[in-house]
Design a protein around this ligand. Sequence first.
Ligand code: SF4
Length: 387
Amino acid sequence: MSAMSGTPGAADPAGFRPRVPAAEWDDWRWHMRRRITTVEKARQWIRLSPDEEKAIAGAAGKYRWSITPYYASLMDPDDPRCPVRQQAVPAPGELAEFPGAEVDPVGDTHYRRTNRVVHKYRDRVVLLVTEACPVYCRHCTRKFHTTDLDGTYFRDDEGGDYTEDLRYIAGHPEIRDVLLTGGDPLSYRDGKLEEIVAALRAIPSVEIVRIGSRFPVLLPQRVTDELCAMLARYHPVWLNTHFNHPKELTGEAAAAVDRLLRHGIPVGNQTVLLRGVNDDIATMRALMTGLLRIRVRPYYLYHCDNVTGVSHFMTSVEKGLEIMEGLQGHITGFGVPQYVLTTRIGKIPLARPYATRTPDGLLLRNHEGRTLVLDPTTLPITEPDAR
Ligand code: SF4
C-alpha cells in the first residue's frame, strides 16, 4: 500500500474522512482503538441521516454499536442506503417489532452443552470463544450474544477458562470438526488464540479446526503474517469469512486472503441474503465472481433468519430462489454457493428443482429455461431391482 492509498480522503469529495498516516492505517490495533462508537465519531466519516441518528439513540443501552475506521472508509458518506453502511450503522428497523421474530431461532441455546460448546450435529461442534467483534453487524444471527446488551450469552474475557469445554470435546470422540466462532475469534490476541487451537489439536479425535471470522472484511489488517504462521502450525485449519457485497472486495481484503492462502489456510465465504444490501442478481453475480478473483470459494448463501432486531433485512424465500437461478449456470460452477435456511433442526438446502420425474422419464430444465426429457432407457432413474 502506498503512503497515501491507505489514507482515506482521496475518494471522499465530501471531505468527511480524517487523514490517517499509512503506518497507522496498516496497523489493526490502531483501528481497534479508534473504533467508531459515538455519533460524534461517526460524523467524521459519514453524514448521518436523521433516521440513523434516531436509531443510534434508540439502540443505546440495547444493542452494541462499533465500526472500524477501515470499514467506515468503504461507506458512501452521503447515502444511508449504501450497502456497507446498512450493515454497520443502526437503522430504525432494528427497534421495530416483526411477527415471528425470535431471539434465537436457530436454537444455539437449546444445543448448548457447556458454557461455550454448541453441539447440534453429531460429528462437529461450535466453540463460542468470544462475544467481541470489530464491527457489530446489524444483521448478526447471534445478535442476542454479540450485539444485545441485555442478553449476554456468556461472560467473555481472554482469561476465560476453557477446561469444561475442552473436556466435553475430548469426551465425545465422535466430534472430528470444531468451529471457533462467536463473536469473532480473531478478536483475541494471537497468544490466546494459539492456546485454544493448540489445546484442540492435542485432542486426538479432532481432525479439523475451522475458524469463522469476518476480520478479512471488517479489518483485514488483523490478518497478519504472524497470525497466519501461528495458525499454520496447527493444520488442517480452515477459515470461513463473510463478504456480503462487492464493495467489500478491496485490495486490503484481497491481501489478507492471500496471506491466509499462502499459509495453506483455505478460505471460504458465507454470504447472508440481505434486503437492500445484496438482494438482486447483478450484485450477487458481482460478489461471487469477485470472490473467485481473490480465490475465496463461495460456500453458503444464508437466508436471513427472522431474528429479533434483524428482521428488517429479511427477504422472501422466493427472492433467494430467484437469485440462485440467476447464478446457477450463469457463472463458474464453483462460484455458486449453496442457498440454505438455518433452523433448529439444522441447515436446510433450498433450491428449485432442475429435474422432475414424469411418466415419460426425467424432465430436465437448464439455466436458460430450455427443457429436455430423458426416457428411462437413456437415463435409468431407479436401480434395476427397484424398477
Ligand atoms: S462479525 Fe460475525 S459474529 Fe460478529 S457481529 Fe458480525 S456477523 Fe455477528
